[in-house]
Design a protein around this ligand. Structure first.
Ligand code: COA
Ligand code: MG
Length: 292
């Protein structure tokens, strides 16, 4: 999976547009883009989207962002949307593996109730939205087989930290948010799941967005969330391994396959050892499975 497009759950027009946007996944949002007095209506519309999409032969992966575990809204969200059999929920304001264990139990109940196989609905956790979350970003490993990715956010974190802003005058993230980004990458790698980069809110800035996506891929993110359909082609292009990267990875994998006992090889005048082999294998995996 490379691109995940946010669609507010109260907007049928955006849902229709999202379905044809080329996004690998849609995140139907019940949380921050929905006003408190509109949650119940949005739950019903979200269920309608899920049912409508289920009838489509080729559909994106469907994720529902529910409200966080401390809001008192999560159970009603899950009760409403579970019959639509989403592929995953996105869990905002997660605080480590304990939150995932908690959400896992809630999902197991809904799956049993609706007659779905146990473990069908996966969990993508937003791992950095509260101050406390930063201290437990390394606890996701082994929390649940449902955990399929981690992502991060800077907006809610700045509110929880009591900060005035999360960026400097040039638009770069300040230290606490750079830390959150790094903890997301490390927490995801430690848990053995992909790291998904956060949204880029300036959706008219294609050039800035592309370069920001390049940096994300360089640092270990393998996918990115979008707020606008115009961001999808950019994400898909940046997070699909290039023909050049695939060719280079093949050279490394083939060289080790041809020298089974070797731990280190010289390939085109450059040393390659186990981390290089692992990286090359990951590139080939990503090239083979763009949508899983
Ligand atoms: N998903 C699907 N379609 C979208 C979309 C989205 N996230 N954002 C915009 N579109 C559609 C618009 O409806 C419009 O459709 P139209 O051409 O049929 O009228 C088209 O794309 C162009 O949109 P544009 O006019 O450029 O933007 P906008 O002013 O309508 O919307 C936002 C701007 C930010 C309000 C909108 O992109 C949005 O709601 N994004 C998601 C917000 C969200 O979910 N936030 C929570 C996570 S951070
Ligand atoms: Mg938020």
């Amino acid at each position: 999976m490379r691109s995940l497009l946010f669609v507010p759950a109260d907007s049928p027009k955006k849902f229709a547009k999202g379905m044809t946007s080329g996004a690998d996944a849609l995140i139907i949002d019940l949380e921050d883009s929905i006003a408190p007095n509109n949650k119940e209506h949005a739950r019903q519309t979200a269920l309608g989207f899920l049912k409508e999409a289920a009838a489509e032969p080729a559909r994106p992966y469907l994720v529902v962002r529910v409200n966080g575990l401390t809001t008192g809204l999560t159970d009603a969200d899950l009760d409403a949307i579970a019959p639509g059999r989403p592929d995953a929920i996105m869990l905002p304001k997660a605080e480590g593996g304990a939150s995932v264990v908690h959400a896992d139990a809630k999902l197991a109940v809904r799956e049993a109730h609706n007659g779905f196989p146990d473990g069908h609905i996966k969990i993508i956790a937003i791992a950095t939205e509260t101050a406390a979350s930063l201290f437990v970003a390394g606890t996701y490993r082994g929390s649940s087989a449902r955990l399929s990715a981690l992502t991060w956010g800077a907006e809610d974190l700045s509110a929880d930290l009591g900060a005035e802003t999360n960026r400097d005058a040039e638009g770069r993230y300040l230290d606490p948010y750079r830390l959150a980004r790094t903890l997301c990458i490390a927490g995801a790698a430690a848990a053995g799941v992909p790291a998904i980069d956060t949204v880029y809110i300036d959706f008219r800035d294609d050039v800035g967005f592309r370069s920001n996506c390049d940096t994300a891929r360089r640092d270990g993110f393998t996918a990115r969330m979008a707020i606008h359909p115009a961001q999808i082609p950019i994400i898909n292009a940046v997070f699909t391994p290039s023909a050049e990267a695939v060719a280079q990875a093949k050279i490394i994998v083939d060289a080790f396959a041809a020298n089974p006992g070797a731990g280190t090889l010289a390939i085109e005048g450059v040393m390659a050892d186990q981390p290089h082999l692992l990286r090359a294998k990951r590139v080939l995996e990503r090239a083979a499975i763009k949508k899983s």
